[in-house]
Design a protein around this ligand. Sequence first.
Ligand code: KG4
Ligand code: ZN
Length: 351
Amino acid sequence: MTRILGIETSCDETSAAVLEGAGDDVRVRSLVILSQDVHRVFGGVVPEIASRAHLTAIVPVVDQALADSGSSDVDAVAVTSAPGLVGALLVGVAFGKAFAFARRVPMIGVHHMEGHLFATVLEDAAAVPPFTALLVSGGHTLLIDVEAWGRYRLLGRTRDDAAGEAFDKVAKLLGLPYPGGPHVERIAALAATPRAHDGQRALRFARPMLRRDQRPGDAEYYDVSFSGLKTAVLNAVKSSPSDADRAPIARAFQDAVVDTLVEKTARATHAYGRRRVVLGGGVACNGALVAAMRERFARDGVDVFAPTPRLATDNAAMIARAGLFHLERGERSGLDLNAFAAMPIPGLVAA
Ligand code: KG4
Ligand code: ZN
């Protein structure tokens, strides 16, 4: 059994966690997540401010995670080393290296998106490979066939904005605060059906990159794109500027995103014959998305797993869990571990 400390500082959450276990039997002993509220003032994450806030927070956050776990002893440390804001990542990486060196314990650098793949299994032991993964966060939209832990096939990705980024930009267009996803979901729920402001015509946006005649070999079969949808929202906002119109617009936007993501996920699940779908990333907090996935797959007997918000959004528990997997395979990072803004997930092959 290993006790592992996880550290996550890739964006605007300073997080530390202690996990204990081996193989697929792993428990979360503690999890501390400090969200950097300051970025709200600027309507988006300001990298330099994020780095400085991580520097201030990292020691107390790790101390709290160790204290909450009941012991300050750990056997290993896992730290997010890519992808993300380099200055932010460097704080965690530098801390992880110093910690590993001082404690004489092994360290492993973890890919943030691989961490998201491991988040759900911390809450539901059945969320294990093989499964279809849909990772929808503020920075990424990835559709991956997970044959086994460490064996990933990239099927689809966004051509432009990430799903969460689209929610955030649409929120801005609708005059809602940052981060916008939860606010768009909240006001979309106020529109019982997607009706236009005149109450006559249902407001509906075209589903991006979704045509029934697409075939598995087509480049657009699994990929998504949200920039056209964002423009459609902008046009709708311009043509109906009253506050009362915001709910139907939010609803029509969310419906288009949800329909697209559900269809692409269904294509992947059927093509690879998977019986499980695992969602991850902040947009997996969206109740309409999760409900639509469950409804779509219920008739096929495919189980849909979505983490609770605490583990769907950025957290160190998922990083520790992914790190433990790599450590158990005998992998180690050296003290030359560096931070990278972009990097492919280890074990990821193209479709
Ligand atoms: O995974 P995450 O916490 O951070 C990144 O790694 O990017 O995802 C954050 C994103 C933001 O874009 C936020 O607006 C979105 O997740 N989000 C949501 C919801 N809650 C968070 N999007 C749609 N509906 C939600 N309920
Ligand atoms: Zn993330």
